[in-house]
Design a protein around this ligand. Structure first.
Ligand code: SME
Length: 162
C-alpha cells in the first residue's frame, strides 16, 4: 500500500519513478537513437508504474501528431494539433493532467476504459516540439505533480539533453 507523508506525497510512486529513471539512464547510456529511447522509456514506465493502463508517444509528423511507440490497447493513429488532450498539449507545449477524461471537452477516447490522463510535451535539443508523451489510467484521478515532475524530467533528459 502507498504510504502517505503528512504533505500528501505518495512516496511509493516517487520511489518507482526514481528507480525507473535510474534504470533508464543505465539502459540508454550508450545510445542516442530516439526510437530506441522511446520504446525503452515506454516499456520501463508501463511495467513499473501500476497506474499505467496505456503509455506512449505521439510524434510530430506532417503537421499533426502520429502514433509512435506505445504499450497498451490500440491507440488512435492520428491526432490534429488542438484536438483532444494530446493535441492541446502539442499546441501550447504545456503539460495537462486530466482527473476525469469524461469531464474534458474534446477528449479522444481511444479505449473506453481510460478514466484519467497526463500528457507532457517532448522537446528536442533545439527547443522544438518533437512529440507528446501520453499516459492513461483505467482509474479516476491517478496523476499529480509527482507524475508531471518525473515525466518532464525524463523527457528533458533523454530528448532535450538536459
Ligand atoms: N486521450 C487522448 C488520445 C490518445 S489515447 O488516449 C491513447 C487525447 O484525448 O488526446
Amino acid at each position: 500500500m502507498p504510504r502517505e507523508l503528512p504533505t500528501g506525497i505518495d512516496v511509493d510512486k516517487q520511489a518507482l519513478y526514481e528507480q525507473s529513471f535510474n534504470e533508464l539512464k543505465a539502459l540508454l547510456e550508450d545510445t542516442q537513437d530516439n526510437l530506441t529511447r522511446m520504446v525503452t522509456i515506454t516499456a520501463i514506465l508501463k511495467h513499473n508504474l501500476p497506474s499505467y493502463f496505456w503509455a506512449g508517444f505521439y510524434l510530430v509528423k506532417r503537421g499533426r501528431l502520429e502514433i509512435g511507440p506505445y504499450q497498451g490497447t490500440l491507440g488512435c493513429l492520428y491526432i490534429d494539433f488542438g484536438r483532444g488532450v494530446c493535441g492541446a498539449v502539442a499546441a501550447d507545449k504545456k503539460t495537462r493532467i486530466v482527473a476525469d477524461v469524461h469531464q474534458y471537452d474534446g477528449h479522444i477516447a481511444c479505449d473506453s476504459r481510460s478514466q484519467s490522463e497526463i500528457v507532457v510535451p517532448v522537446m528536442d535539443r533545439c527547443g522544438e516540439l518533437m512529440a507528446v508523451f501520453d499516459v492513461d489510467s483505467d482509474q479516476l484521478d491517478q496523476f499529480d505533480a509527482i507524475d508531471q515532475q518525473y515525466l518532464e524530467r525524463i523527457m528533458a533528459h533523454f530528448f532535450a539533453g538536459d
